[in-house]
Design a protein around this ligand. Structure first.
Ligand code: BGC
Length: 556
């Protein structure tokens, strides 16, 4: 691919409001040395692709030394690079190359737990009970303690306590039993996590995703989630960032109900950003039910957030499509519509990529992508979803959505020159999603491909600050299958109208506040009839949607 003009980063403290984030795993993206594992030099070679795609921020999944029993979320060393992916010097070069192209970089700060191979744990289990070394982790002789905390990886674990024969005590873990939780009651743990943050922000990383942040503290008689002490820690972390590192961002991973989720913004003094977990399954429900209420209801239940804060919204990521925070009824519905095959289910969720979830229905993929790029918040795209990549539900854990990026129809999908048997995971050869048909090269060459369409939509989004920064208002419309909302920022007024049904639909929308303005359909620059005081009538094909700019009539 031809190199695009370089684009230095602008000095903008609120950059994350105008961001489009692309989530990727270094190991899954491009292998430069033929060992079957993606690496930093490989990723550097793909930065032009990412710049051309139209995203402006990269979120890298954990790339630190790790036994990889939880895909790198089991960290064995916080301040270096897993040798399979390269060296710290490679990371540094990657960061500079990304910045030269105007791409910001978010990395992971996984502080709730470490790997049980981390030297802190090795030291802790051998240290005497009550010593500061032992107290890096949470121990007990009584595994009935904290009984009100749920088990998150319920397909794999039966308790949040595991017996350690070396320490002769049980240690606490909210995730896998090889991931002991750090003890935030110990000031040395605060210091160790601040040091890890200093290391990466000191290198020039723009943002940190705070993994599993609701679970930092435990207290008897609570569910050990969202405790006030956790917020106290986050406020201290944020102060530390504010005092030392301009224009950086903290992004909370807090899979909770709307009010608890929003609490991670604090009063604008905790995290700058936060994933909108409650919205995500409701987008799929709205399309499954062909009704707008799941989206409208959840947005109404979402509290207002401080001015400087921003939601991160997403459809899919590297984990299962989580259904932990929906009702049993809604979960049953989601399983029935999206995961008939029980192999597609894991824990309380669905381990599928976007295209297979939507039965490879292009209109539905476009509809949901259109909503992702226009609803309030900063969108996060998961690598491979821009080409409609498939998955492999026959692989264990969540590996089926973590297979190599498909660049071309060549060996190993163009991901690696190595022996196909050496790949860290096999490439997708399912007949519908085979890499020979679903890949970047084929889709770059086809003007009608999903990739080319996604690029077009991203270009449109990037021209309008209202998508990232604008107000959000639902407009009344008589047909409940049609979702209608307006985004406004400074002089820009954008109208988004989406048909959640797979049949053709008419709608009448109350646009009276915009009387006299002309809707211009943004993909084709087509002028629609002027808005009057009367209901505005539109018709759609199945799953159709429009993005309109509302313009003064004089400018016709
Ligand atoms: C990550 C998962 C991981 C878990 C435990 C999560 O929040 O997104 O991939 O398995 O943390 O580390």
């Amino acid at each position: 691919m031809e190199a695009l003009p370089l684009k230095p980063l602008v000095d903008e403290p609120l950059w994350y409001k105008d961001a489009v984030i692309y989530e990727l795993h270094v190991r899954a993206f491009a292998d430069s040395n033929g060992d079957g594992i993606g690496d930093f030099p490989g990723l550097i070679g793909k930065l032009d692709y990412l710049q051309d795609l139209g995203v402006n921020t990269l979120w890298l999944l954990p790339f630190y030394p790790s036994p990889l029993r939880d895909d790198g979320y089991d960290i064995a060393d916080y301040t270096s690079v897993n040798p399979s992916y390269g060296t710290l010097a490679d990371f540094d070069r990657f960061l500079n190359e990304a910045h030269r192209r105007g791409l910001r970089v978010i990395t992971e700060l996984v502080i709730n737990h470490t790997s049980d191979t981390h030297p802190w744990f090795t030291r802790a289990r051998k240290a005497p009970p009550g010593s500061p070394e032992r107290d890096f982790y949470v121990w007990t002789d009584d595994p009935t303690k904290f009984a009100d905390a749920r088990i998150i990886f319920k397909d794999f674990e039966t308790s949040n306590w595991t017996w350690d024969p070396v320490a002769k005590a049980y240690f606490w873990h909210r995730f896998y039993s090889h991931q002991p939780d750090l003890n935030f009651d110990n000031p040395a743990v605060w210091q160790a996590t601040f040091d890890a943050l200093d290391f990466w922000l000191g290198l020039g990383v723009d943002g940190l995703r705070l993994d599993a942040v609701p679970y930092l503290y435990e207290r008897e008689g609570t569910n050990c989630e969202n405790l006030e002490l956790t917020h106290t820690y986050l406020k201290a972390l944020r102060r530390h960032v504010n005092e030392r590192y301009p224009n950086r961002m903290l992004l909370a991973e807090a899979n909770q109900q709307p009010a608890e989720s929003a609490s991670y913004f604090g009063d604008g003094d905790e995290c700058h950003m936060n994933f909108h977990f409650p919205l995500m399954p409701r987008l799929f429900m709205a399309v499954g039910l062909e009704e707008r209420y799941p989206i409208i209801d959840i947005l109404r239940m979402t509290p207002p957030i401080p001015e400087s804060c921003q939601w991160a919204i997403f459809l899919r990521n590297h984990d299962e499509l989580t259904l932990e925070m929906v009702t049993d009824e809604d979960r049953d519905f989601m399983y029935r519509i999206y995961a008939q095959d029980t192999r597609a289910r894991i824990n309380l969720g669905i381990r599928r990529r976007l295209a297979p979830l939507l039965e490879n229905d292009r209109a539905k993929i476009e509809l949901l992508t259109g909503l992702l790029l226009s609803l309030p918040g900063t969108p996060v795209l998961y690598y491979g979803d821009e080409i409609g990549m498939g998955d492999n539900i026959y692989l264990g854990d969540r590996h089926g959505v973590r297979t190599p990026m498909q660049w071309s129809g060549d060996r190993n999908a163009g991901f690696s020159q190595g022996n196909p048997q050496r790949l860290y995971l096999p490439v997708i050869i399912d007949p519908t999603f085979h890499y020979e048909a679903v890949n970047v090269e084929v889709q770059q060459a086809n003007p009608h491909s999903l990739l080319r369409w996604t690029k077009k939509l991203l270009r449109l989004r990037n021209r309008h600050h209202a998508f990232g920064r604008g107000t959000f208002e639902i407009r009344p419309a008589d047909n409940t299958k049609i979702l209608t909302f307006v985004r406004q920022y400074e002089q820009e007024t954008l109208l988004v109208v989406a048909n959640l049904s797979h049949y053709a639909q008419p709608v009448e929308i109350d646009l009276s506040p915009f009387e006299g303005l002309v809707p211009v359909e943004m993909l084709g620059e087509t002028k629609f009839p002027v808005v009057t005081a009367k209901p505005y009538r539109l018709t759609f094909g199945g799953h159709g949607f429009y993005w309109f700019r509302l313009e003064q009539a004089e400018s016709r």
